[in-house]
Design a binder for this molecule. Structure first.
Ligand code: FEO
Length: 176
């Protein structure tokens, strides 16, 4: 069954929001690279890659359901971050807003009795729990670290190990 116009528009907005998220994290990653915090920059770069896969999962779904994918301009992002804490506080706030957007999509799917969309969205409902927890945990660690250069060095080292895995694909396979 073709996706409804209302659902299609809402998911198209989410594609844009996920691409914006990728931009946001990429901008933060660039700032951390400039600050010589390569591990934190790596974590944020991987996060930007992950956001791209979120956008593509929604994009593919619109097309699979016979809808029309729209690609309006992506809003610019801030690029003058001063500290990692400022970034991760903003990331946590951002992820909470994304959760509200996902919840709104679920509300539309339920109201329209669109079970296919509701089922697809379940993945994102679960994913958002992790997204909020990740940014929140790092923000808490940065608060504990405070002005300690050693603490920041250790965290930077920890975050350097994150590698990109496409969790939207069944076995981490390539996207079409
Ligand atoms: Fe795509 Fe960070 O949620």
């Amino acid at each position: 069954m073709r996706i409804s116009r209302k659902m299609e528009e809402a998911i198209n907005r989410q594609v844009n929001a996920e691409l914006y998220s990728a931009y946001l994290y990429l901008g933060m990653s660039a700032c951390c690279t400039e600050m010589n915090l390569k591990g934190i920059a790596n974590w944020l770069y991987v996060q930007a890659q992950e956001e791209m896969t979120h956008a593509m999962k929604f994009y593919r779904f619109i097309l699979e359901r016979g809808g029309h994918a729209r690609l309006p301009a992506i809003e610019g992002v801030r690029d003058d971050w001063k500290t990692p804490l400022e970034m991760f506080d903003a990331a946590f706030n951002h992820e909470q807003r994304v959760t509200l957007m996902i919840n709104n999509l679920v509300d539309i799917a339920v109201a329209e009795r669109d079970h296919a969309t509701a089922s697809m969205l379940n993945w994102f409902v679960d994913e958002q729990v992790e997204e909020e927890a990740n940014s929140s945990e790092i923000a808490v660690k940065l608060k504990l670290i405070g002005e300690s250069k050693e603490g920041l060095f250790m965290l930077d080292k920890d975050l350097a190990v994150r590698v990109f895995v496409d969790s939207t694909q069944p076995a981490g396979g390539a996207q079409p």
